[in-house]
Design a binder for this molecule. Sequence first.
Ligand code: ADP
Ligand code: GLC
Length: 493
Amino acid sequence: MKLAKTLQSLFVTSEAHPLIKTGGLADVAGSLPQALATLKAVRQQAAVNQHILLPGYRSVLAQFDDLKHIADIEHTGHHGVVRLLETKFPDSDITLWLVDAPNCFDRDGGPYADATGQDWPDNAARFAVFSRAAVAIALNQLDLDWQPDIVHCHDWQTGLIPALLSLHEQRPATLFTIHNLAYQGVYSAETFFNLGLPQELWHMHGLEYHGNMAFIKGGLAYADWLTTVSPTYAHEIQGSEFGFGLDGLLRHRTEQLNGIINGVDYDDWDPATDPALVENYDVEHFEKKLSNKTALQKQAGLPVDEDIPVLAFIGRLVWQKGIDVLLESLPQLLRLNIQCIILGSGEHSHEQTLRKLQKRFPDKLAVTIGYNEEYAHQLEAGADMFCMLSRYEPCGLNQLYSLRYGTVPIVRRTGGLADTVIDASQGARSTGFCFNQTTQADFIDAMQRALARYNKPKQWQALAERGMRRDFGWQQSARHYLELYIKVCQQRP
Ligand code: ADP
Ligand code: GLC
């Protein structure tokens, strides 16, 4: 194609901070488009004009009072009226389009599950409708007088888009980003036919997956290019341990697959300006972190003592995050001179175990079950250390937030954690502690190394300050995406 000076991109996502969030995808979707939009055309490269497409969840629609109905979308299946609404993404100039399909999205609860954590039984239909709306926009079928050069899709919820677009000659380029390969959107063959999906897509190199259908295969098999969110994870998912049954397909696509590390939105995550903190601080004023620690200990109901190291964990309480191993390790860990604060929600059994452990160790362990954005910021600021025992971690954002907040990360060496944290054994480059396996032995060993270092305050501070100086802002990663957008568009015949 002839490259326009400004590339038009449709960024399709099922969540975006600050509108709707269950995890890191929302952080990325809420900040990458803006980072891309602010990249100026340099060295003859195009700039990019983003439009974001998001489902019109009830809670999202309620956040706007200026929604403009700009089109009706037909042929999305038997789901009543589907309208396209337009507004601006908060605090930006970026066009936000919302797919208003009341049968699918006008309900209480989360984007994928009800208030009790049960997946919505009609998720396949909901995200098929959403994907068909994206396809209609991408093919300029809605008289919007706008067509993207590239459609950038994220995770299984958008997997049908590259597949459906592949059936059209005059289509934009497609890029599919894998944020988590384990979530695949697998449904029965019957669902495939009930959704009225084109028969041409039903084969083992298409959407069919061991007799079922997998939404994610639509992205993996049909997108022009694939990315994931760290170079190490891009490598790992091509092997059987991390490939979750899709490693063969990913090896087949290895020439069109690369890893681009996520950036951090330092407008949201910077201790120098963070409004959630009792006192702001930066690398030149590390000592001011202490008042945040004191406030945190008070808030968590733990003894206020600046000499006791505070370890934090924030995240989804699921197998991926190694929460079971953290729980197993706590009785041994809490015998040491340490306090531990956990914020998370997820599997009921882990929530129960946490509550029990808190009763057993009231002076050492503080647990908050639930989702609390402000507390997450206060924890990042007030804790001394942050642990991530992930069995796999495509990128991980909390270790990046921890680095900026001078909260030393202790992480399993996998995926994006391996790419962003440098172990203390590496001397002057080091920023944290890494361990090899999600086991109690490896974790406790890393914790003991961390505690020994903590007892040497000058060395500890130097380690924390090195982390604070690392720059994981979006600038570089956004530039990589832009270069990739250009390359993928140029390769379209
Ligand atoms: P994942 O997307 O796999 O859950 P990430 O590390 O990429 O993991 O991103 C998780 C994001 O969700 C971070 O912004 C983190 O602070 C946030 N988060 C997770 N659980 C909670 C919670 N219980 N309360 C507040 N924020 C949370
Ligand atoms: C996924 C991954 C996480 C990553 C996030 C954003 O949820 O589990 O590692 O940081 O997506 O890309």
